[in-house]
Design a protein around this ligand. Structure first.
Ligand SMILES: C[S@@+](CC[C@H](N)C(=O)[O-])C[C@H]1O[C@@H](n2cnc3c(N)ncnc32)[C@H](O)[C@@H]1O
Length: 175
C-alpha cells in the first residue's frame, strides 16, 4: 500500500513539473520579449487609424503585428505598412490575409523581433504592448524615431512620456 502511495506521489510530481515546464516554455518568451497575442477589436482598429491620421508618403509599422489586421488597415488608409511578428503561424496568417486583400505592394510582414530592428525609417509606429514593453520601448523610440514621428499605443501608456491625445484607450505620442 505504502509503495503504491509513494509511486503515485512521485508520478504526480513528475507530471506536475512536466506541465509547469511546458507552460513556462510557452509563456516566458512573451514575458521577456513582448506581449502575448490578443487581437485588436475592429472598432479599436478604426480608432487607431483615425488617431494616426495617415498622410500620403507615411511609412508605418506595427510592433507585434499578430494576424496583420492593423498592417492591412494602415496600408488601406494610404501608408506603406510593415509589421514585425515573432510567431511564425501569425506571420503566415497575416501574409495570407494581405494576399486576400490584394495589397501585397503596400503591406509587408517580417518574421522576427522588433527589438533588434532600427525603426528610424518609420514615421508612424503602432504598438499593443504591455507595461514592461512600454518601459523599454519608450527609450528605443526616443532614440531612433525622427522628430514629428507618431506613436499610437493601444491600451498602454509610456511610463514618462505624456500622450498628446488619449481617446478610448488609444494614446497618441509625437516625437
Ligand atoms: C497584443 S498582440 C497585438 C497584435 C496586433 N498588433 C493587433 O493589434 O491585433 C501582440 C503581438 O506581438 C507579438 N510579439 C510579442 N513580442 C514580439 C517581439 N519582440 N517582436 C515581434 N512580435 C512580438 C505577439 O506574438 C503578438 O502577436
Amino acid at each position: 500500500m505504502l509503495i503504491i502511495l509513494i509511486i503515485s506521489s512521485i508520478s504526480f510530481l513528475f507530471l506536475f513539473v512536466f506541465f509547469m515546464l511546458r507552460f513556462f516554455e510557452a509563456i516566458l518568451p512573451f514575458m521577456f520579449w513582448g506581449a502575448i497575442y490578443v487581437p485588436t477589436s475592429r472598432s479599436k482598429v478604426e480608432k487607431i487609424i483615425e488617431v494616426a491620421a495617415i498622410k500620403p508618403g507615411d511609412k508605418a509599422v506595427d510592433l507585434g503585428s499578430g494576424d496583420g489586421r492593423l498592417v492591412i488597415a494602415l496600408a488601406k488608409s494610404g501608408a506603406e505598412a510593415h509589421g514585425y511578428e515573432i510567431n511564425p503561424l501569425l506571420v503566415a496568417l497575416s501574409r495570407k490575409n494581405i494576399r486576400k486583400e490584394k495589397i501585397i505592394d503596400k503591406a509587408f510582414i517580417n518574421l522576427g523581433s522588433f527589438w533588434g530592428q532600427d525603426l528610424s525609417s518609420f514615421n508612424v509606429v503602432a504598438v499593443y504592448g504591455m507595461n514592461h514593453v512600454m518601459r523599454r520601448l519608450e527609450k528605443k523610440l526616443k532614440k531612433e524615431l525622427k522628430p514629428g514621428s507618431k506613436i499610437v499605443s493601444n491600451g498602454f501608456e509610456f511610463p514618462s512620456w505624456p500622450p498628446v491625445k488619449a481617446e478610448e484607450g488609444i494614446y497618441l505620442y509625437i516625437k
